[in-house]
Design a protein around this ligand. Structure first.
Ligand code: SAM
Length: 454
């Protein structure tokens, strides 16, 4: 069977290291792409799916024997794992091999929606590290926000900014990840319809946009900071040529990464000697990817803006209320923003006004809930985190009840508790219900509710 891959793409790949025209075309007609998931180390599911096989370059990725309906798995909605194709998980190697992850870092994921790389970064960074997950396209921020909320880690901020806005944070970040919008040829096996959108003209538009994004966020990287650049495109213009452009335009050193030969990842060298890593679906179990890491040689230390508005802190009385909802002895700073109480690692509170001076913050830390005159209204984000107070009443649901809850249908839980109750499935929180004498109200976010039936 012949593939429907664009002829101009195939001829442009001739001669690239690791490219084998026959094997490459064959793999695109050989059936479905492998399915893989990455476990959330902060709230791992108790058991792995049957016959799960580790992704060799990842500490938490697994191939599944078949593709289940993730929508109908309550543990997916509880944020215990993320569905991610395996090549992308190599970001772990690029980060571990270039960066001391025991340190408290400031990391920007510049093109973050829907959140695959951001959830991975979050799992790799120390709890005190700050992750800024940014997405410029407004209607893609909500899915990023949803995935980061489900991942449940406190040191994350979600922003909705153009990369150029980060120039206001000169020398601020220790690591910047640019998983750039690209011509997408690396995903043709998984998304065959994307073939119709590919053209040499689009490749050109993409590399121009990639240069612009990189030039825009480069000043925000500190001296000796690491830039990780990736695409899911095979075209040299978007990969090695971008690497050359970066090395010509900026004072940067390309980083070589250690590979296990059994991984079958191809190391390529750009014309200027930069190291790039190519993933081909005919060589390994994963989709097309290019990734490279560079160290910045110039720049200065970060100078925070002089006048910053400090975040509003809760009063003593408010703190008493809030502490009934969160784990005792958690070393978190609390602040109030737009009437909601937020929590984030103590040492990161200083970053909030700095970020606010440059960006539009969609989410900052864990949103705990809203203080009102009589009550505290817990936020879904608190349920998704691991910081809810262990004394909060909780109710374990069957799978059927859990799906009812996730569809935002009425639940009739046989419980004697009244008021706010956490609903759980297989020991993982799904969200809140409020139990009243005659009924209970389902507080699952309506925009997240599942529509699918079995
Ligand atoms: N990193 C994501 C993940 O792992 O889930 C995937 C990112 S996707 C390859 C590229 C992202 O860049 C998209 O979310 C897209 O909306 C965003 N984007 C598009 N145009 C952009 C631009 N001009 N500047 C920055 N980001 C852009």
């Amino acid at each position: 069977m012949s593939s429907h891959l664009p002829k101009e793409l195939l001829s442009s790949l001739e001669g690239l290291p690791g490219y084998d025209a026959a094997a490459f075309e064959a793999v695109h007609t050989a059936g479905p792409a492998p399915t893989s998931i990455r476990i959330n180390p902060a709230k791992p599911p108790a058991v792995l799916p049957e016959n799960a096989v580790p992704v060799p370059w990842s500490s938490s990725g697994y191939y599944l024997a078949s593709r289940p309906s993730f929508t109908l798995d309550p543990l997916f909605h509880a944020g215990t794992y993320y569905v991610q194709e395996a090549s992308s998980m190599f970001l772990e190697q690029a980060l571990r091999q270039t960066t001391d992850l025991t340190r408290s870092l400031r990391v920007l994921d510049c093109c973050a929606a829907p959140g695959g790389k951001s959830t991975l970064l979050r799992s790799l960074l120390s709890p005190e590290s700050l992750l800024v997950s940014n997405e410029v396209i407004r209607n893609r921020v909500s899915v990023l926000q949803e995935n980061m909320i489900k991942w449940g880690a406190p040191g994350t901020v979600v922003t909705n900014n153009d990369p150029r806005d980060f120039q206001r944070l000169e020398n601020y970040f220790d690591v910047i990840v640019v998983d750039a919008p690209c011509s997408g040829s690396g995903l043709f096996r998984r998304e065959p319809d994307a073939v119709n959108e590919w053209s040499p003209g689009n490749v050109q538009l993409c590399w121009q946009r990639q240069q612009r994004i990189l030039a825009d966020c480069w000043p925000a990287l500190r001296r000796e900071g690491i830039l990780i650049y990736s695409t899911c495109a095979y075209s040299r213009e978007e990969d090695e040529d971008i690497l050359d452009w970066l090395m010509m335009e900026f004072d940067a050193t390309s980083c070589s990464l250690q590979l296990d030969p059994e991984w079958n990842i191809v190391e390529t060298r750009s014309k200027k000697g930069g190291y790039g890593y190519r993933f081909y679906p005919h060589r390994l179990k994963g989709e097309g990817l290019f990734i490279a890491a560079l160290r910045k040689n110039d720049g200065n230390s970060f100078a925070p803006p002089r006048k910053l508005n400090q975040p509003e802190k809760p009063s003593k009385k408010e703190l008493e209320t809030i502490h009934q909802w969160i784990q005792p002895a958690s070393s978190l700073a609390l602040f109030i923003h737009q009437e909601q109480v937020h929590a984030l690692p103590e040492s990161r509170l200083v970053d909030i006004p700095i970020l606010q001076s440059a960006c539009y913050l969609k989410e900052a830390g864990i949103t705990l809930g809203q203080l009102s005159a009589k009550d505290f209204i817990p936020h879904h984000h608190l349920a998704m985190s691991t910081m809810a107070h262990p004394g909060i009443p909780a109710l374990s649901l069957s799978r059927e009840q859990a799906l009812q809850y996730l569809r935002k249908e009425d639940l009739h839980p046989g419980t004697t508790h009244r008021g706010w109750v956490l609903v759980r499935y297989a020991d993982h929180n799904l969200g809140w219900i409020k139990v009243l004498p005659q009924r209970s109200n389902n507080y699952y976010p309506k925009e997240w509710r599942i529509l699918k039936r079995e």
